[in-house]
Write a protein that binds this ligand. Structure first.
Ligand SMILES: *Cc1c(COP(=O)(O)O)cnc(C)c1O
Length: 463
């Protein structure tokens, strides 16, 4: 018989049933808001005053706990799916993807092994196979959905280095004193973070006047590395500007150097789905591995990064964890997602994307991404026409960066605070070469031209 304490938490008692309805109603109401309030951060002092003391021996009861979340905690979190949220890289999950995220929790699916989660793993792999096909990798490609692009980049580079070590050993070569990778000046901070974890060096290659990494710059950077170069990383859609490196040239350079070619497409690789932008991504088919974050531009809730390898067996060789209690999994030859990255226990976080793609079809995704890109170019036209505004770079994908004449950082900050307070938008200042600017990152199909123009207008309003 279930103890009273366990029944209170794990059985369908009248109390837990009532709580289920309350929580589902809350989720339903939040999803029905169009849009949800933008909300904003609170001070620690405020939250201490209004939301302290929730953890006690006895518990508050679900109703009270939910009330604290609804009335105090949730409004202290910015709605990252708000159409006016344009900072960093926003998130814009489809209705189907958000709903299915609830299902992933409700079903307690384990996504780490085939033995436990074959159905989920199969569906996730269908999505990875589709992505691999779009990118031009062979049918034998495969990988895993990990927490985010940072972990995806790290896991890919660990695989690349492990492969390089194995090759050198096989050929009886000495291992280098230091290992290194080449990445561009515009590449993402997560590469340097991965390098710190791996204790390797990053050789920074110059970009051209458009901010793009080219093959020649890769070869130049390689000349300065004595030994130990094992990977070249291209960025397909820099986070600052949405500029795509010359993927074909960089891929050829990596091949010439005989090293791994990784494409960091966390934000922008989704742009390959827009038929009008596909040409920018020529050369993706040369990649040994790539990442793309569905929580950025494939309309999936946090947190979700697709990591795909040309030869997944190389990743399994680098990452598979062995242990007495795991041998039953690893000895079987099944496809265990945990083996393809630095992770073990994992949520089947690819399922919301699977369900959303299965629901709406790829064509709807192509259209939504194409619209974001079109909107970026439309607002760039408006900016170009305003004498007091200046584009820092011509947009390529869906990021637009511009300066306002005479504005210092504090002007951008004051404007940013003001529009957040008005719940108009969330646009934090950014900078380029030490000069402050404003940056719109557009990945939400509910963001429209009218709102963006309104935000430009608001720069001239009451200070
Ligand atoms: C966002 C981003 C990352 C890091 O991804 P997370 O999911 O935030 O860990 C890596 N590379 C690029 C190009 C990005 O835009």
């Amino acid at each position: 018989m279930t103890s009273k304490a366990a029944a209170k938490m794990h059985s369908s008692t009248p109390e837990t049933i009532a709580l289920r309805e309350d929580v589902i109603n809350y989720a339903r109401d939040r999803m029905a808001l169009d849009p949800a309030p933008l909300d904003g951060p609170q001070t620690l002092k405020f939250l201490q005053k209004h939301a302290s003391g929730t953890i006690s021996e006895k518990g508050l009861g679900g109703k009270k706990a939910l009330k604290v979340f609804e009335e105090v905690l949730a409004p202290a979190c910015i709605s990252t799916d708000h159409p006016g949220y344009l900072s960093f890289i926003p998130v814009a999950p489809t209705k189907a993807a958000t709903l299915f995220d609830l299902v992933v929790s409700a079903t307690s699916v384990y996504g780490g092994s085939w033995l436990e989660g074959s159905g989920a793993v199969f569906a996730e792999n269908e999505v990875l196979a589709w992505l691999a096909k779009e990118v031009g990798l062979p049918k034998t490609a495969g990988g895993v959905f990990v927490q985010g692009g940072s972990l995806g980049n790290l896991s890919a580079l660990v695989t690349a280095r492990h492969t390089a070590i194995q090759e050198r050993k096989k050929q009886g070569q000495k291992l280098p004193k230091r290992w290194s990778i080449i990445a561009s000046k515009e590449s993402h901070s997560s590469l340097k973070a991965a390098a710190r974890v791996m204790d390797i060096d990053v050789a920074i290659a110059d970009v051209d006047t458009d901010g793009r990494l080219r093959g020649k710059a890769v070869l130049e950077a390689a000349k300065k590395i004595k030994d130990g170069l094992f990977a070249v990383v291209a960025t397909s859609g820099t986070t600052n500007f949405g500029i795509v490196d010359r993927l074909d040239e960089v891929g050829s350079a990596a091949k010439k150097l005989g090293v791994w070619y990784h494409i960091d497409g966390a934000y922008g690789l989704a742009g390959i789905l827009d038929p009008a932008s596909e040409h920018l991504f020529k050369g993706t088919e040369k990649a040994d591995s790539f990442i793309v974050d569905p929580h950025k531009w494939l309309f999936t809730p946090f947190d979700c990064c697709a990591l795909v390898y040309r030869k997944p067996a190389l990743a399994a060789a680098a990452h598979t964890q062995h242990g007495e209690y795991l041998d039953t999994l690893t000895d079987g030859g099944d496809y265990n997602p945990s083996d393809y990255a630095y992770n073990l226990t994992r949520r089947a976080r690819g399922l919301p994307l699977w369900f959303s793609l299965a629901t709406y079809g790829v064509k709807a995704y192509r259209a939504a991404i194409a619209e974001n890109i079109k909107l970026a170019h439309q607002i760039a036209d408006v900016i170009r026409d305003r004498p007091d505004l200046k584009l820092v770079r011509e947009p390529e994908l869906s990021i637009v960066v511009f300066e306002k004449q005479g504005w210092k950082l504090k002007d951008y900050e004051a404007w940013s605070d003001r529009i957040l307070k008005q719940e108009l938008g969330f646009v934090v200042p950014s900078s380029h070469n030490g000069k402050p600017n404003a940056r719109f990152a557009i990945v939400n199909p509910r963001t429209d031209l009218q709102l963006l123009v309104r935000l430009l207008d608001s720069m001239d309003e009451g200070k």
